[in-house]
Ligand binder design. Structure first.
Ligand SMILES: [Fe+2]
Length: 220
């Protein structure tokens, strides 16, 4: 198992302890983690070779780093099982924000972004800057699911409009809380430490005030 771990980027990770706990969580669900910059960020069925190498694992979660891995694991916990692309139906694009089930897809994405940022923030010398930049990086690839990949201001305005409705903001808050709780409980069962909670609404306000996204898109 040690040799396999070295080849999957886990043993040498700076936070190998937390990665090991995450690996146990995913192993419980029948999956194996491949970690490293050469991988993607996704969940997929294991190839026949991988199924032989990682005995008992039908699924692979790939992640380029710990923050990406946490994002993927929170998706898996929301779904309650491992599945291709966490069970997302690409036929639902563009998502209809007025449909509760479609809106829940956005809330879960934002929860994955927020929990990933909050859990990894203490591992950085400038936690606030990390949260700001990592939240932005994750959020700014979400527009494609809403048919707004070429109109980022419109996507931001859509999120603003949703959050301005108290009932919708509560949906988001509750989803983020559930994501944090599910990850925390899974990590605790695997013998890991408590995890910092995510204040998604504060992250969103900070994102909109600093306009990192708009500045970067305008520059790019
Ligand atoms: Fe995601």
């Amino acid at each position: 198992m040690g040799e396999k771990s070295k080849s999957t980027g886990i043993e040498c990770h700076a936070r190998a302890d937390l990665v090991h706990r995450l690996r146990e969580v995913i192993a419980e669900m029948g999956g194996f983690i491949l970690l490293g910059p050469e991988h993607g960020n996704l969940c997929r069925r294991a190839s026949s070779g991988e199924a032989l190498e990682f005995v008992g694992c039908e699924w692979i979660i790939e992640a380029q780093g710990l923050p990406n891995l946490i994002h993927e694991v929170v998706h898996a916990l929301f779904l309650g099982r491992l599945a291709d692309d966490h069970g997302f139906d690409y036929g639902t694009i563009p998502l209809d924000i007025e449909r509760r089930d479609h809106r829940q897809v956005l809330w879960e994405e934002l929860a994955c972004c927020g929990v990933s940022a909050s859990v990894c923030a203490p591992l950085h010398t400038d936690p606030q800057r990390f949260v700001r930049e990592w939240f932005a990086e994750q959020f700014e690839i979400q527009g494609v699911f809403h048919g707004l990949e070429h109109d980022h201001p419109a996507f931001c305005a859509r999120v603003d409009a949703q959050i301005s409705v108290p009932a919708r903001a509560e949906e988001l808050r509750a989803t983020v809380e559930r994501g944090h709780r599910q990850l925390s409980e899974a990590i605790r069962r695997a013998g890991g430490p408590p995890l910092p909670a995510a204040d998604l609404l504060a992250m969103w306000r900070d994102y909109r005030e600093t306009q990192l996204g708009s500045a970067r898109l305008a520059a790019g």
